[in-house]
Design a protein around this ligand. Structure first.
Ligand SMILES: Cc1ncc(COP(=O)(O)O)c(C=O)c1O
Length: 450
């Protein structure tokens, strides 16, 4: 904890590193935070200063940093088998995790294919769906997505997303999905969400009709479009979508990479609609935030469309070197064990209610257009004009001002444009939620003054 240790690591960092999702020139002004260790919801820098991780380090952490049981499971696994290729070989953690996931997932998802990050899981689901139809002798090549969706940054995943900030530059490289307006309920009272979702579903219906016979799959983020400014919609849309996908004979890909593992109030968001997708993409919280791992769960029917003599060339010849990494699987198994041995979802209901209380006063703020919440995800949208819900120009970077205030006060609140949100680890306490409320309120006051 030597004084000056932070500055020294930052100096070395800026000499060699290129950070993700960052205009590096910002760091001429914005502090870069070096983290030495972390416990629970707290990150600690090299000089002992602490930051409450209100966004679960990009939504991966579930049970706090350095959780003793997950750490021990990873350490134990590392002493036995750190990695082995998963083609032609297998191992206990990969098998056990696949058994657990297929047992927990919505009905019918009985096969597990591993990848090693969220974007790769999306690539797997897209390729598998496309390939399934080919193996069935049908030439289909379109995917349907929702406006404002986000599915990752690799070229296929980026193509089926719709956040211009990440996508626009690369458009010439990307396949073209059929994009349908999102059922996002921004600005509507809860009582109107279902009617709105039903109205918006007409666009989906029309798109499936227009492209009948050409669509491989519809891909959605169930209930919350997280990177798309935490915009939310009700389960009823998913029910309509499942029914329409069946009627038009297309796959449904549920990307629960961000919303899976309890974030929305149920273990998987699809459960709230009582539906099962044809592909369920999981990552992030899968390992409790410890290691990069992803899983794509699918049906026996999809699996069987690939199962044949080698010479028919129907196999899914997709691989990543770290597919099904044993350390990641061990972390995931320890994470699932915590769900089994502790009343996590029940406890989260209490925490979500505390979050709602802590954020309630913010709804009255003259520059807060909406406070919305689904389970353990709570978002506060800053607007220039409250009555018209007119956004601030993005160039003003109002959300960033809240972020800077948060850092000064020891809270990590990395916003999405002008949307400040809380998506904390499930071990956050009521006092820490209250702190979050105070720091966010003061940050918004500052960011919107003048
Ligand atoms: C819904 C969704 N899908 C896919 C991804 C991509 O995951 P990864 O960053 O691990 O590639 C993300 C990441 O934020 C996501 O929120």
């Amino acid at each position: 904890m030597a004084p000056g240790a932070n500055a020294e690591l930052v100096r070395r960092d800026l000499a060699v590193l290129w950070h993700p999702c960052t205009q590096m020139k910002d760091h001429e002004r914005l502090p870069l935070i070096p983290v030495r260790r972390a416990r629970g919801v707290w990150l600690e820098d090299l000089e002992g200063r602490r930051y409450l991780d209100a966004i679960s380090s990009w939504w991966v952490n579930l049970f706090g940093h350095a959780h003793p049981r997950i750490s021990e499971a990873v350490a134990r696994q590392a002493r036995e088998l750190e990695h082995v290729l998963l083609a032609g070989f297998t191992h206990e953690p990969a098998v056990r995790l696949a058994e657990r996931l297929t047992a927990l997932a919505p009905e019918g998802l009985s096969r597990c294919f591993y990848a090693d990050n969220g974007s790769s899981a999306v690539e797997v689901a897209l390729k598998m769906s496309f390939h399934y139809w080919r193996n069935r002798g049908e030439q289909r090549d379109r995917f349907v997505n929702l406006s404002n969706s986000y599915h990752g940054e690799t070229l296929g995943a980026l193509a089926v997303g719709d956040v211009a900030l990440y996508k626009e530059t690369y458009e010439p490289l990307l396949m073209r999905p059929v994009t349908v307006p999102s059922p996002d309920c921004f600005g509507l009272p809860r009582a109107e969400w279902d009617a709105h979702a039903r109205r918006m579903f007409a666009h989906m219906e029309a798109a499936l009709e227009r492209h009948a016979g050409k669509v491989c799959a519809v891909i959605v983020e169930p209930l919350v479009q997280c990177a798309g400014h935490m915009r939310m919609y009700p389960p009823s849309y998913l029910r309509l979508l499942r029914e329409a996908c069946d009627r038009f004979g297309v796959h449904l890909i549920a990307d629960e990479i961000a919303v899976g593992f309890g974030r929305t109030g149920t273990l998987f968001a699809c459960e709230q609609a009582g539906i099962a997708p044809d592909f369920l993409c999981l990552s992030k919280g899968l390992t409790g935030g410890y290691l990069p791992l992803a899983a794509v769960l699918t049906t026996e029917e999809v699996y069987q469309a690939f199962y044949d003599d080698y010479e028919t060339l129907r196999a899914f010849l997709h691989s990543h070197s770290y597919t099904g990494n044993p350390l990641g699987c061990a972390a995931a198994l320890a994470t699932l064990e915590l769900f089994e041995t502790e009343p996590v979802l029940e406890r989260n209901r209490g925490l979500a209610a505390r979050m709602a209380e802590a954020a309630a006063p913010l709804a009255e703020h003259p520059h807060v257009g909406e406070v919305r919440q689904t389970g353990m995800i709570l978002a506060i949208e800053l607007v220039r004009d409250k009555a018209r819900r007119e956004p601030y120009p993005w160039q003003e970077r109002r959300g960033l001002r809240v972020y800077e205030h948060g850092l000064r006060e020891g809270v990590l609140l990395r916003p999405l444009g002008n949307v400040v949100y809380w998506m904390p680890p499930y071990v956050i306490t009521e006092e820490e939620i209250a702190l979050l409320g105070r720091v966010t309120a003061a940050g918004i006051e500052r960011a919107t003054a003048g």
